[in-house]
Design a protein around this ligand. Structure first.
Ligand code: HEM
Length: 258
């Protein structure tokens, strides 16, 4: 461990020793970037769900027509790109964990197998949930509770599959935890770009045209607004188990292969 004694800090009764080695320094940079981007993403997700939705209901159409085209493009820009940065930093971090566990198992080839299966399980779960969201306003009779239960069943099934596929004596609690939490985070990212942003982009343009030129809102606007709302709500509830597993990774070793 290299020691660095910074002359300028003679005044400080603390020894500052930056860790040596690319691995340790890469991980702290990844964790830092992951935190900052993750706080930005979740902060905006909670703003949309807890503040923006109820506030917009209280505004009259004319005021909404002024506020939405100004507020939402900025908020959604930071929302969708912080989601990408959070995911990239987290995914790279997760790769390090899988590579380390595969090396500990003396089977480096396991890394590709585990990564492929993990990705497959969570993308498949996203596709099923995408289908449920698309039929929420028809087959599910617009009942958010029924949708919630079905999404919870699919997510629990995917978490079980991911843990089963990663269950190896050399796979650590932190990898198993992120195997679930990172998977939920991956579905949240796909919901942001695959549904929320695509709906909101149209709704903002229609609201702007309506406010500025008096162009009537198209009939599908209500359906898209409901779809964006339901998807954002799903992400809101996903954030709680996702953060639980982010925290258990290094602080609560409760997962291990039998
Ligand atoms: C909204 C999305 C996410 C948020 C807000 C988030 C937040 C966090 C937080 C706060 C930690 C630190 C835990 C701690 O040090 O105690 C963490 C750790 C971590 N996250 Fe995420 N995360 C998100 C998504 C993801 C995704 C999608 C992945 C992977 C694909 C991921 C991979 C990781 C990894 C590998 C760690 C390090 C675990 C450890 O050893 O402590 N995260 N995340």
């Amino acid at each position: 461990m290299a020691t660095a004694f910074l002359p300028g800090l003679f005044l400080l009764d603390v020894h500052i020793t930056f860790l040596s080695g690319a691995g340790a320094n890469e991980q702290i940079v990844l964790r830092w970037v992951h935190f900052v981007a993750g706080i930005t993403w979740l902060g905006l997700l909670y703003f949309f769900n807890l503040v923006n939705v109820p506030a917009m209901k209280e505004l009259d159409a004319a005021t909404r027509g002024k506020v939405v085209p100004v507020l939402m493009p900025k908020a959604l820009w930071w929302f969708r790109w912080s989601a990408v940065v959070t995911w990239l930093a987290g995914f790279r971090y997760f790769m390090i964990y899988l590579q380390t566990d595969a090396a500990n198992a003396h089977e480096p080839a396991l890394f590709g197998k585990w990564m492929g299966m993990w990705f497959g399980v969570w993308v498949l779960a996203f596709v099923v949930i995408y289908g449920l969201l698309m039929m929420a306003q028809t087959a599910l009779k617009n009942n958010g509770y029924v949708l919630g239960v079905l999404v919870a069943v699919v997510t629990t099934g995917a978490a079980w599959l991911a843990l089963e596929m990663l269950s190896h004596p050399d796979v650590s609690n932190r990898t198993l935890s992120i195997g679930v939490g990172g998977g939920i985070g991956t579905m949240m990212l796909l919901n942001v770009w695959g549904l929320i942003w695509r709906c909101q982009k149209k709704l903002i343009a229609w609201t702007k045209a309506n406010a500025e030129q008096g162009t009537p809102m198209p009939p599908e606007a209500t359906k898209l607004a409901r779809l964006a709302f339901l998807t954002s709500r799903v992400n809101f509830y996903f954030s709680f188990p996702m953060l639980f597993f982010m925290a258990t990774a290094s602080h609560y070793a409760f997962l291990a292969a039998k």
